[in-house]
Ligand binder design. Structure first.
Ligand code: CP
Length: 318
């Protein structure tokens, strides 16, 4: 079946979700990102791969990390960057998404980076744009956040290079998390042998096992001997009704503390895509502790987003 993310010759055309992408594409992005890590160390933090191209960031939903790191990444590739402020755009006067996109196409945009609270928004735009324009999904509803999944895998590879010998636990609100879905698809495609999810039943999708994960409801059992602990935020804005006891009760059972972290391997790393809720899913002593790689995730996100944009623009390394 034709994958709308790929050109007919198998090259990447859009990045909409990790599900369905072949392993060679994931490895190409990760290997290309490796070449961009050093750009930040240079006196002039730029390479000319996207010179003359215009990247439009259209964020219909709030963001700190994704929007800014896409902007930095595009600028380091020498692109011109346009950040559409949706809250002050003509969306507020009733303009449709596709009319907004049509206007940006008329301004000769070359690439769209799109975040939206509705699953499928980036797909809709990708189906609509002419052939020479690429679309990157920067998070759509609870569906997918492919560059977050890729930067998480890139970070794991930096600290734990033998991906075929890892036990990884994803802890928390998997049900509402586009990040968890993208991470699971990336990790299983790349051959990580054991991916665990740890959560109460109310915060897991039905049939989550079909994604190739092992399910734990007891956090202590789930953390035993893992190499990587990925914490997820409780996505209260996506919950309907009471799915949980109080945040204090949740923290007692599923919050990551130093005491619970001791059940993982002694050299385990702790990750979180952000934004973090300290004292709800993670204790500050862990978030800021020696095993935390939460800020390196953000730094590596720039190199990964540079790689995705460079590949979509026709390839090239630093
Ligand atoms: N991880 C992530 O998507 O963070 P932002 O919402 O700040 O972009």
């Amino acid at each position: 079946m034709h994958n709308p993310q790929l050109h007919s010759d198998g090259r990447l055309k859009h990045l909409l979700s990790i599900e369905g992408l072949p392993k060679r594409i994931l490895n190409d992005i990760l290997d290309t990102a490796e070449t961009f890590v050093g750009v930040a160390e240079r006196e002039v933090k730029k390479v000319p791969l996207l010179r003359g191209k215009t990247v439009c960031n259209i964020f219909f939903e709030n963001s700190t990390r994704t929007r800014t790191t896409f902007e930095i990444a595009a600028k380091r590739l020498s692109a011109d960057v346009l950040n559409l402020n949706v809250s002050t755009s003509s969306q507020s006067k009733g303009e449709t998404i596709l009319d907004t996109v049509n206007n940006l196409i008329a301004m000769h945009a070359d690439m769209f980076v799109v975040r939206h609270n509705q699953s499928g928004a980036a797909h809709l735009i990708a189906q609509h744009v002419p052939d020479h324009i690429s679309v990157i999904n920067a998070g759509d509803g609870r569906h997918a956040h492919p560059t977050q999944g890729l930067l998480d895998v890139f970070t794991i590879r930096k600290y734990k290079p033998d991906m075929h010998n890892l036990r990884i636990a994803i802890v928390g609100d998997v049900l509402h998390s586009r990040v968890a879905r993208s991470e699971i698809h990336a990790l299983t495609t790349l051959g990580v042998p054991e991916v665990r999810v740890i959560a109460p039943k109310t915060l897991l999708p039905t049939d989550v096992e079909k994604l190739g994960v092992h399910v734990f409801h007891d956090m202590r059992a789930g953390l035993k001997d893992v190499d990587v602990v990925m914490m997820l935020r409780l996505q209260n804005e996506r919950m309907s009704g009471a799915m949980l006891p109080s945040p204090q009760e949740y923290f007692k059972t599923y919050g990551l503390t130093q005491e619970k972290l001791h059940l993982a391997k002694p050299d385990a790393i702790v990750m979180h895509p952000g934004p973090m809720n300290r004292g709800v899913e993670i204790d500050s002593s862990v978030a800021d502790g020696m095993q935390s790689v939460i800020l390196p995730q953000v730094t590596y996100g720039i190199a990964v987003r540079m790689a995705v944009m460079a590949i979509l623009a026709g390839g090239g390394q630093a």
